[in-house]
Design a protein around this ligand. Sequence first.
Ligand code: AMP
Ligand code: ZN
Ligand code: FE
Ligand code: FE
Length: 293
Amino acid sequence: MRIDLHTHSNRSDGTTSPAELVRHSLEFGIDVLAITDHDTTEGWVEAAETAATEGLELVRGLEISCKLAGHGVHLLAYLPDPTYEPLAEELERVLDGRNSRLPATLDKLRDLGIDIDAKDVRSCAGAAVAMGRPHVADALVSLGVVKDRTEAFDRYLGPQGPAYVNRYAADLFEMIATVTLAGGVSVIAHPWASRHNHDALDPPGLARLKDAGLVGVEVDHEDHDTKTRARLRAVATDLDLVVTGSSDYHGDGKVGHEVGCNLTDPGAYEHLLALAGRAAAASGRATPTVLVS
Ligand code: AMP
Ligand code: ZN
Ligand code: FE
Ligand code: FE
């Protein structure tokens, strides 16, 4: 059983539609796939319909932009009820933050002599609901300023880059509680990736997050080297956190993250589903189904 629990479609910064994402995953022998776009559930219906037709088990999720101690943390939320008001409202705030950052980013690029219109970025973003730096990167590529997204991040858009602009993110502790109340479960995405500062995600920090309702950590991810994976796996085992593994596939938007390049153990997946079922029962939200009916 091949289980990949972290992938993006073009509703955020992936380059394939939700339907293409599902079909692509089947070609790579995936049995269970989570769609986890940044801050939006827009891709769920299309992905679920295709998954039901094609015979793939789809897990509805999202990767929520959060902050802890001033640093960005990505939170994978699986099977929450997206109509739960506090969750919907907070996601709206995050998406507003994405949209309002764009003019500021373009101003900074203009100061560097690179003239891009917001309309150009929107057209690069296509079907995306969650606008992000990767779409600005695509506009830079179309202008011929850089050759790919990676160069755009390295030269302009990364946290140390001259066109970097901060944006609103949800409070991590509050978001974990909100996801639980929405009947879902929370897993920290790539917690020890080197480009994220993980001081606040040290073992005591993870223990505090577990007390707040966190159920798992993504251990097997390309941004973690072998040693990091081993250390994080040991910490997760110690804290009784579910260990997941995923590709963080973005289509052509991110190299080295092909679907299925990291996988989640079937036992860990079953455990996640059981915890999600428990959260749904406790919150009284409609129990989220894995397969669309
Ligand atoms: P944003 O959502 O605007 O904060 O941009 C962050 C997104 O950019 C994440 O989804 C990353 O996957 C993507 N990203 C970060 N660094 C790079 C890079 N060097 N090349 C391509 N994509 C990147
Ligand atoms: Zn992304
Ligand atoms: Fe991420
Ligand atoms: Fe991601």
